[in-house]
Ligand binder design. Structure first.
Ligand code: ATP
Ligand code: MG
Length: 269
């Protein structure tokens, strides 16, 4: 991992602010009888790209929602630069954004208005300055011609890119992506990987990415975590994950198709 810088810079303006570290402390989350997160403790260092992998339904999206303070843990806490993320007013001090797995765009708003919503609400600049930021973000994601379209006019992959562009317009210091490259073709996936890495290298954005995409994890991550059964069974460099001999890690990274012993229940009705 490269040394964290002492400051982070906005993408579209030269404004400087402090890099952001995340500390997840003994976080558990239950939904009724379902225990999803079990006493999780880990940190994301300022300016780091931390990639979270794990089987479907294990709680990766739930964890991201806790890191950004959209949901309160059943017990434990998440600290952002030492402040509890559930504290009122934390968003006044730390700019954070989550690119939702499903995009979560406002269907009644055009692409342009989806992106302009946050800067308008937070009065971050003149309408002209907002327009410049929005158009730059759209351009970065090859979406220049979609500004006046509505989410329902877009393909799944385009919606995903709009969701990423919307997060960029917020110029976050802490940026969380939930499956940013699912539904994208290989070239666009590589573009997203490059954007994530560039935001880290040039702007020292602290980044957490949930992904099943091993290329992404192994090419841009500083550290990779593998989540199973509500806990992180491995946290370390991409190489450490690749070299792990833990059978759960080996099976996750290299699932074998075994028709003699299929994973699905043969007699299920
Ligand atoms: N608001 C909720 N209420 C009840 N259960 C929930 C809620 N949100 C998530 N869950 C449950 O928590 C578990 C983890 O869900 P989550 O969406 O985090 O999985 P995931 O690891 O992101 O999976 P995928 O890779 O398929 O996106 C699932 O069993 C899900 O049904
Ligand atoms: Mg998910």
């Amino acid at each position: 991992m490269s040394a964290p810088s002492t400051s982070t810079r906005n993408f579209f303006t030269a404004e400087e602010s402090a890099p952001v570290g995340v500390s997840v402390e003994k976080v558990s989350k239950n939904y009724g009888a379902l225990e999803v997160l079990k006493d999780l403790t880990f940190a994301v260092e300022p300016g780091e790209i931390f990639v979270l992998m794990g089987p479907s339904g294990v709680g990766k999206s739930v964890l991201l929602r806790h890191v950004i303070g959209l949901e309160a843990p059943t017990s434990g806490r998440v600290l952002i630069n030492g402040h509890d993320v559930m504290e009122e007013g934390i968003r006044e001090h730390v700019r954070m954004a989550l690119v939702f797995q499903e995009g979560a765009l406002f269907n009644s708003l055009s692409v342009y208005d989806n992106l302009a919503l946050y800067p308008r609400e937070h009065r971050t600049g003149t309408e002209k300055a907002i327009r410049d930021k929005v158009m730059q973000a759209l351009k970065l994601l090859s979406l220049d011609d979609t500004a006046e379209k509505f989410p329902s006019d877009l393909s799944g992959g385009m919606k995903k890119r709009v969701a990423i562009a919307r997060a960029l317009v917020m110029e976050p210091q802490l940026l969380l992506y939930d499956e940013p490259t699912s539904e994208l073709d290989p070239v666009m996936s590589a573009t997203i990987d490059e954007i994530i890495a560039t935001l880290k290298n040039q702007y020292h954005v602290t980044t957490m990415v949930v992904s099943h995409d091993r290329d992404l994890a192994f090419s841009i991550a500083d550290r990779v975590a593998l989540m199973m059964g509500g806990v992180l069974i491995h946290v370390g460099s991409p190489d450490s994950l690749k070299q792990s001999t833990d059978p759960r890690v080996v099976d996750f990274l290299n699932p074998k198709i075994d028709l003699e012993h299929p994973r699905f229940k043969k007699n299920a009705t």
